[in-house]
Every structure is written in C-alpha cells, then in structure tokens.
Design a protein around this ligand. Structure first.
Ligand code: SAH
Ligand code: SF4
Ligand code: F3S
Length: 479
C-alpha cells in the first residue's frame, strides 16, 4: 500500500515542512482524521478505547501520547474492557514475570473478542519491540489486530487506518532510530501531576537489562521544548512535574543547545508558580556534584533522590557494567546528605545476579545499612533474551536467591521503620494526592506519604502538616 493516500499527498503538498519529522507527523495527523471519519461512519455511539499500561513511567507517559492520538481519531476512554471498541496494551519487557502477565492478559482478550468481534486489539511497547514476542503473537494470538514497537509509536494512526481499510493484521516493530518526534498530541491522565519526558532510549547497556535493546539509543529533547512544555503544564494548573528519562543525569548530550540536567532543573525551577519538580531515574555514574547542588539550591526540586545502586559489591557492579564502584556510590550519598540534611533516598536492588556470592550479597546488605534508604525496589535477577548476563554462568540455586531476597526485605523493613519513626514531629508540606472519605493522603517533598484528616476539596493542593505517628503508615495533622 502507498504510504500516503491522495488526500494526504494533497495536504502535504500544500504545506511547508522544515523537517522530515514534521512531514511524518502531518501524515499521521492525516491518518488520524481519516480514522475519525471511518469510526464516525461505523459507530452510532462514540467509540471507546481501553488503554492499559505496564512497566515504568516512561511507558505511562507514552500511553498519554497514544491516548492523545486516540482522541484525535475520535475515541473516548473506558475502564471497562467489555465496553471497549479498541483495546491497547502498552507492555513492559524488563523481567520475565512482567511478560508472562501480559501474555496471560492478552490470552483473556480472546473471550472479549468473541463477544465483540468488531473490537480492535492492539499491543505496543517494549515487549512488542522484540521479534520473538511479535512472532509468538502473530502465530498464537490471531485475535491481536495491531502490534507495533516503541520506535514507531508515532505512527499509531497509520496502523489503525491500515487495519480498518485493508482488514489485514498490522505488525510493525522495526528498529527505527530516528530520534524524538515533537508535537504528538497528549491526553494527560492527571490534573495536578504531570509526566514530562525529557529524553528517550538508553545507551548504558547494563548487562542484565533489555531496555537499550527495546527502546533504542538515547536522545534528549531540546531544552526549549522541555521548558515550553513545563510552562504549559504549570499554566494548566499542575502542582507537580515529573521529569522522565532512563538516565536523566546524561541529559542534553545530543542537543543543539547544550544544557546539563542540573541547568535544566534550575531553568524549570525558575518558572513562576507553586509547584514541585521530581525526576526519574538517575544513574550513579553520571550523578554530578553540580546536580546535587542544583537539587539543594532549587526550592521546587524534591528532596528525594532515587539513585539505583543495584548491588553493593564492586566486583558484581563491574559485571553488571554499571561503571561505578560501591565506594564511589557511597561518596555520592555522603555528598548528597551533607548538602541536603532532610534528603530521603530510594534505590533499586537486583538479588542473584549471575555469579553473585554470599559475600557479594553481604556487601549489598552492608551498603543498604550504611545508606539507610527510605524504601527499596527489589528484584530477583531475571535473564533477558539477548543480554550479556543471560549467557553468564549462574550457579546459585533459586532457593538461595529467594533466601537472600527475603533477608534483604527484612533488613530494609527495619531501616524503613527507623526512618519513619525518626520523622515523627517533623512539619512537612504535603501535596494531597488521594482522598478516602475524610482521610487525605499526601506526599512530601522527601517522598514521605502521610495520612491526615481534612476536606476532600484539598485534593491536588498543598497543605502543611505535622507528622504525629507511625503505625506501618505515617499519620499527621494539618496545621
Ligand atoms: N534506567 C533505570 C532503570 C530501569 S529498569 C536505571 O538505570 O536506574 C528498573 C529496574 O529494574 C532496574 O533498576 C533494575 O533494578 C531492574 N531490572 C532491570 N533489568 C532486570 C533484570 N533482568 N532482572 C531483574 N531486575 C532487573
Ligand atoms: Fe537498563 Fe542500565 Fe539503561 Fe537503566 S541505565 S535502563 S538499568 S541499561
Ligand atoms: Fe519496562 Fe520498557 Fe520501562 S521494558 S521498565 S516499560 S522502558
């Protein structure tokens, strides 16, 4: 099929584009309009899309853009699978378990499709980018209509259009490393919290990790685009911006206008308004003193640092290709704590990396006790196809890994309890994120989650509260 129909060629010829990307997006907007016409002719009701996102915040943010496209194509949204006219699963491949869950949930869709044969089933994201997954879906899940990878997600309207006009299944997951597409519409899920991707992809190739393979090379958005979007978000009333990237500390490397992540933080901090800035994720190898200083000096930047260490043994860190040692990491933590006494730290830990010995694991426990993380995201190593670690000898038994994992959790629970008890009596500024009757759940700049009594109308607002108690969760009073 020709890439552009007569209608799009007409539109393209009558427009002026500075770049190929602008031209590509204009073509996609053309497809979106055609789909809109097709669905309005097909349905007597407004068609509804059920979008489910697995994995990290990057995926959540991508889904907001895919939802932007869906809106453009004339769809509304539903949380009920059985009333959906289109289902979109945005998937994650980071661990085996994540993938198994998706296959299970896609399997369930067979029954939904039988009940609603017109339902369009689409699958995208990091799993879809893998050839082996695409082949399995093609062969064993014939009711999946459209599958597309992360690197062509800007072409979603074209895929829907193709399926609707040809009736043929669409499978598109090429390695398309053409960089960032600015201007894809966005449907923001939150009203007072907003995701703001500042970069995409990853160049680090940690030996256990599939992300660089499924997300492609690292590209940063131009600072002016990021700052303009931040302004727009604040103008729209948001109270919190979460800056997203797999390694925000290496921000700006490919930009025409050079800017470090620390400088970007300062720029966004200078935007007028009462809001908070968060960011995810920082890689210790690129975590600079300049960044820690910017965090300390910018009043809107959270005093919480998620700095994944993965492991406390320098020997294992080297095998993981993390490119820092445990000593270097501890140096960063000491620096950060000295600049920000109120700082809370969190981290990711992998237990049972191939060749991890009992002694390596003890070093991880020691590091955790020294740092005193507020909380941890803990994972048992999961071999990922095509990564170097998949082929490393892994003599340790599953039972040993599980025992280490349980020990790690117990040690961390003790530390978390200690830190929670330590903040009793402290006054914090909470952004109220949830309400449950007259109980409000707020989050502080240090990432402390505190329950307070108050009016539900405070949702999405800042309140000052004094922390009074810890009984597994923190409680406080609004002051
Ligand atoms: N870019 C982020 C992490 C993204 S993946 C960073 O570098 O910090 C989130 C976490 O999943 C990682 O930090 C790691 O702890 C975990 N993870 C990634 N691959 C894994 C694997 N194969 N097995 C177990 N855990 C894994
Ligand atoms: Fe994966 Fe490492 Fe990149 Fe994080 S930095 S996404 S762990 S390769
Ligand atoms: Fe998963 Fe892809 Fe994120 S593999 S963790 S959704 S980048």
């Amino acid at each position: 099929m020709d890439k552009y129909t007569f209608w799009e060629i007409f539109k393209l010829e009558n427009s002026v584009f500075e770049t190929e990307k602008e031209q590509e997006l204009a073509a996609q907007f053309g497809y979106a309009e055609r789909v809109r016409e097709l669905v309005s002719a097909k349905y007597t009701h407004k068609p509804l899309a059920f979008v489910h996102t697995y994995g990290c915040q990057q995926n959540v943010s991508d889904s907001e853009h895919l939802k932007g496209y869906l809106e453009m194509m004339g769809y509304g949204f539903t949380d009920e699978l059985n009333e959906a006219d289109l289902v979109l699963y945005n998937t994650c491949a980071v661990r085996e378990h994540a993938q198994t869950r998706v296959f299970g949930n896609v399997g369930i869709l067979k029954a939904n499709k039988r009940q609603r044969p017109g339902m369009l089933i689409c699958m995208c994201g990091c799993m879809a980018q893998q050839e082996s997954v695409a082949a399995k879906i093609k062969k064993s899940y014939p009711y999946v209509d459209i599958l597309f990878g992360t690197q062509v997600r800007h072409r979603f309207p074209e895929f829907v259009y193709r399926k609707m006009t040809t009736g043929k299944r669409v499978f598109e997951n090429p390695a398309d490393d053409s960089g960032i597409f600015e201007g894809i519409p966005v449907h923001r899920d939150g009203t007072f919290k907003a995701w703001l991707p500042i970069m995409q992809g990853c160049n680090n190739f940690c030996t256990y990790c599939i992300v660089p393979y499924v997300r492609g090379r690292e590209y940063s958005r131009e600072p002016e685009d990021v700052i303009a979007e931040a302004r727009e978000i604040i103008k729209g009333g948001a109270k919190e911006i979460m800056l997203l990237g797999q390694n925000v500390n290496s921000y700006g490397k490919n930009c025409k206008h050079k800017m470090t992540f620390a400088e970007l933080l300062r720029e966004i901090n200078a935007i007028e308004g009462d809001f908070r800035i968060r960011f995810m994720t920082s890689h210790p190898k690129d975590c600079s003193e300049e960044l820690l200083k910017a965090m300390a000096e910018c009043e809107k930047v959270e005093k919480h640092l998620h700095l994944p260490v993965q492991c406390g043994s320098s020997r294992v860190l080297e095998k993981m290709n993390r490119r820092y040692t445990a000593e270097h990491y501890m140096g960063l933590i000491e620096k950060a704590k000295s600049l920000m006494p109120e700082l809370q730290l969190t981290s990711d830990i992998i237990v049972g990396f191939p060749g991890e010995t009992e002694e390596d694991f003890r070093e991880t426990l020691e590091l955790i006790k020294k740092v005193r993380y507020y909380s941890l995201f803990t994972f048992i190593f999961s071999p990922r196809p095509g990564t170097p670690a998949e082929k490393m000898p892994d003599p340790e038994s599953k039972a040993d890994k599980s025992r280490r994992f349980a020990e790690l959790l117990a040690v961390q629970e003790e530390i978390s309890r200690g830190l929670n008890e330590q903040v009793i009596g402290r006054t914090v500024r909470l952004l109220i994120e949830e309400t449950d009757g007259d109980v409000l759940v707020g989050r502080s700049s240090e990432n402390l989650v505190v329950r307070v009594k108050g009016d539900g109308a405070l949702l999405g607002n800042f309140v000052n509260a004094k922390i009074t108690e810890f009984d597994g969760v923190l409680h406080g009073n609004i002051i």
